[in-house]
Design a protein around this ligand. Structure first.
Ligand code: ADP
Length: 297
């Protein structure tokens, strides 16, 4: 496999069993992420975003498929691997600020805590904690307890906590869900700063409409699969283009955006035609009217 692929999800299926019912949360999801990418996951409620984050975080195991993160095969981990993976490979930032921070510790102590649990020497802990808090723009808030910080500041402390044990992957589930737009901007800046300094791969679940201007890649989920992607090509700090892509899976399947299907009233069958450098997709009724469609076929 290509070494630059850091996360490889192939045909991932996750089925939850609730009493006699089966809920298919992921149905054949494919996703590849290169080391050091910063990407956002978007999609309607129920599309499988949290399920995917929990799997990537090692908190849940897929029902079928393949998931590799770095050297770890997430479908085949011993308990020891799991502990090592969660402690050293991933950092988490949750939407609910209360879940990220201990209320009776200062910002600095909150960031030091995971390092203490992982056995880092005391000096290294406080130096790194101070450095991380500085990088997320909180150099002057280190001695404050969470209740003296705004919601946005608490989330930036949480980001520093998530980075404490030098994870290769930082997962943030709706980190801006409970803050105003100015704070959201600062949270994205903090994530970007850490992504650039440490090369940590960052995945953010978000409903933030402005997200595509804040990350390089936006992956859309629909019905438990990746459906579209928006990619921005950068020229230094200047974004030079933004384009929406559909995902072609390994079986050659492709999901058209719902808006396209509605606009052209496509259903059931479409006509494909291969041109020299692209493929045309025609609604059956238009193709037939244009005489492009041979009904004997
Ligand atoms: P999203 O984060 O995009 O809102 P989820 O991953 O939370 O989507 O959910 C995907 C689907 O899986 C939904 O239909 C949801 O009801 C179901 N689901 C998620 N977690 C569980 C669970 N622990 N038990 C049963 N069903 C679940």
């Amino acid at each position: 496999m290509n070494q630059s692929v850091f996360i490889a999800c192939e045909n991932v299926v996750k089925i939850y069993r609730v009493a006699d019912l089966e809920v298919v949360a992921l149905q054949g999801l494919d996703l590849r992420v290169r080391a050091g990418e910063m990407l956002a996951l978007v999609g309607p409620s129920g599309s499988g975003k949290s399920t995917l984050m929990n799997i990537l975080g090692g908190l849940d195991v897929p029902t079928a498929g393949r998931v590799r993160v770095g050297e770890y095969n997430l479908l085949d981990m011993t308990r020891r691997d799991q502990v090592r993976y969660r402690r050293h490979m991933v950092g988490f930032v949750w939407q609910q600020t209360a879940r990220n921070l201990l209320p009776y510790l200062t910002a600095l102590e909150n960031v030091e805590l995971p390092m203490a649990l992982a056995g880092f020497p005391i000096r290294e802990r406080s130096e790194r904690a101070a450095h991380l808090l500085d990088r997320v723009g909180l150099a002057d808030r280190m001695k404050h307890r969470p209740d003296r910080l705004s919601g946005g500041e608490q989330q930036r402390v949480a980001i520093a906590v998530g980075m404490a044990n030098r994870p290769a992957l930082l997962l943030a589930d709706e980190p801006t869900g409970e803050v105003d737009s100015h704070s959201a901007e600062q949270i994205f800046q903090a994530l970007r700063a850490l992504n650039e300094e440490f090369g940590v791969t960052v995945i953010i679940v978000t409903h933030d409409m402005a997200v595509s201007t804040r990350v390089d890649r936006v992956v859309g989920l629909r019905d438990g699969r990746t459906s579209t992607e928006i990619l921005r090509r950068r020229d230094g700090d200047r974004a030079i283009s933004e384009e929406e892509y559909a995902i072609l899976d390994r079986a050659g399947r492709l999901q058209l955006p719902e808006a396209y299907i509605d606009t052209l009233a496509m259903e059931d069958r479409v006509l494909l035609r291969l041109d020299e450098d692209h493929v045309q997709v025609w609604p059956e009724h238009t193709a037939r009217e244009d005489g492009d469609y041979d009904e004997t076929n």
